[in-house]
Design a protein around this ligand. Structure first.
Ligand code: PGA
Length: 254
């Protein structure tokens, strides 16, 4: 079975102490993850070492960055490079979140650079894609997402692309309490998988986890994750509440 993943995206929430407490509460539950299950915690940069230390020794639990620079190193004040993340033992990095695209003007080409730098440093990119409401309203979402994937990812080799995790996050569902219906999510995930089949092959497409993001909650996760092409979720708001995220972890496909 493909990897099924519950990924928490804390965004710019929680103090260090609150973050520690949240992780402690979640880890105290001691959920033993199956070999095809993963829990990932995308925390603010200053919390990464702490998160990695707490998750050490826990099988299939990982800390993740929420972004990295599109530059290798040098005079880029305030940026953090993939190499620096690697040097503190980080194995995952969210890239191209819609908030980064919208508020920090990250474009497909810059994201391609970030993916390249992550892969070169053995960091697994959690690559986000997804359309705005106006694009969905005119029914152009499939082509829009295909362009995002094509311009950032499709020059990578089959071996490289197989390392990537995709998160489909319709922007109109992020932080709005408005979730894509199970049918809408499955339809887009199946479409994304078809795009990967067309550009690579079926075996590659079948290997890549595609997470759904956008108002995943404790009470809708199991239903969303039950769709054949939805391999878990990238969770914002509900990942800040231990009990909710624990339920979401338990909702992964068996
Ligand atoms: P949300 O955020 O779960 O709060 O909608 C999801 C995300 O942006 O990753």
């Amino acid at each position: 079975m493909r990897q099924q993943i519950a990924a928490a995206n804390w965004k710019m929430n929680l103090t260090y102490q609150q973050g520690e407490q949240l992780l402690d509460t979640i880890l105290k539950e001691d959920i033993r993850l199956d070999s095809h299950h993963q829990a990932i915690f995308a925390v603010p940069f200053p919390y990464l070492i702490m998160a990695n230390q707490k998750l050490a020794g826990k099988t299939n639990y990982f800390a993740s960055a929420q972004n990295c620079s599109d530059q290798k190193s040098g005079a880029y004040t305030g940026e953090v490079s993939a190499e620096q993340l690697k040097s503190i033992g980080i194995t995952h990095c969210v890239l191209g979140h819609s908030e980064r695209r919208e508020y920090f003007s990250e474009r497909n080409q810059s994201l391609a650079e970030r993916v390249k730098l992550c892969l070169a440093n053995d960091i697994i990119p959690i690559f986000c894609c997804g359309e705005t409401l106006s694009i969905r309203e005119v029914g152009a979402q499939e082509g829009f997402v295909e362009t995002q994937l094509m311009e950032s990812l499709f020059h990578f080799s089959e071996t490289e692309i197989k390392k990537i995790i995709i998160a489909y996050e319709p922007i109109w569902a992020i932080g709005t309490g408005k979730t894509a219906s199970v049918e809408q999510a499955q339809e887009m995930h199946a479409h994304i998988r078809k795009i990967f089949t067309n550009h690579y092959n079926k075996a590659t497409a079948d290997h890549i986890p595609i997470l759904y993001g956008g108002s995943v909650k404790a009470n809708n996760a199991a239903e969303l994750f039950s769709s054949p092409d939805v391999d878990g979720g990238l969770v914002g708001g509900a990942s800040l509440v231990a009990a909710d995220f624990l339920t979401i972890m338990r909702s992964l496909k068996k």
